[in-house]
Design a protein around this ligand. Sequence first.
Ligand code: MG
Length: 251
Amino acid sequence: MVEGDLDRPAELTIRQVDGHPFAPFQVVGEPQPLADVRLVSPVLPSKVVAIGRNYADHAKELGNEVVPDAAPITFLKPSTSVIGPGDRIQYPTGVSHDVHYEGELAVVIGRLCREVPAARAADVILGYTCANDVTARDLQKAEPQWARAKGFDTFCPLGPWIETDPGSPLADDLAVTTTVNGELRQAGRTSALLHPIAELIEFITAAMTLLPGDVILTGTPAGVGPLEPGDEVSVAIENVGTLTNSVVARG
Ligand code: MG
């Protein structure tokens, strides 16, 4: 369990818990400086359900019309695409020549659920983390299904932790920013989501059961663009944290 003030990252501490975050747990041991430990992905989801074109400005930048009242676009990223903070995104050299970052707010589900009405969506959320929906844009354009373009190993960085109290239960007005090598590339707010989180949970669970630890990626704002080996990409979400990963050529 990470404790402290996000505005003072050097003072954050971490304590061990006995148990797991999906049930009552005991906090044990003494706090240690967070800088002394290596964080891994905060969750190992059975599935990552992702939403496409959920910000109008991003849909437009890729030449897609936003149709009023259209249903959310959903796709899955495999569990094997998940990596943690500080892990390296492997650029699939020779398979894709146009790999993009997509900074997104990720919802972490806290309990087994299905057919959840929007009004009860907050009950099934454990918390929030940052995600990078890394995408082989050339394959996404060339292939009718996005499974391959979105599903390479390492294409779903998550972290750095699960924030259980981002200030509002449905995270409905948080800044989402992405930087590459320190340069700002994306700046949006979750208040601009075409389909907000409660609606997404109702829509997804009308089809499939969500398990504790499953993750929903809520879509990316405008400003997507290419990554290259050697780049460092950070997704920051207000009141949640910052997820940083470097990019290397796949060996
Ligand atoms: Mg995306």
